[in-house]
Design a protein around this ligand. Sequence first.
Ligand code: RP5
Length: 164
Amino acid sequence: MTASKPRVAIIMGSRSDWPVMKKAAEALDGLGVTYEARVVSAHRTPERMVEFAKSAKAEGFQVIIAGAGGAAHLPGMTASLTPLPVLGVPVPVRDGLKGLDSLLSIVQMPGGVPVGTLAVGEAGAKNAGLLAAQILALSDPELATRVEALRQGQTDGVPDSVED
Ligand code: RP5
């Protein structure tokens, strides 16, 4: 958790999702975006989920990143209870269907309740963090400059030769 008021909420269905979801936190840390990470399960703590989703905007969050695995209802249920943009990260679970279950549970929302669904696993979590920062950067010029610098550094770091 970062020190000042968090702009992004990173929620996940279980502590077991954290090794994947911390990639979103790392992306936000890298861009100086404040966040708070919490365990909120659609199935095991449904009342906590409702309370969180209904109060998230009033708490000052601007974007929600929600990760879950298996029958991953957390992103969609959260999106149904808040006007904030929700980015969904499908987490692959050990004894599940390698993330395909999570992906399909998150991606096919009914029209009217959007969830911005990212890739399965760590790449999706990292991109959720970056995308949340890009959303916030629309109204934050200093953050926009940091996002652009990150992109430029990424581009500059790709060699054009196959070996030294
Ligand atoms: C989901 O069930 C969680 O998001 C997690 O990905 C999966 C397994 O949870 P644990 O049994 O590891 O707590 O709700």
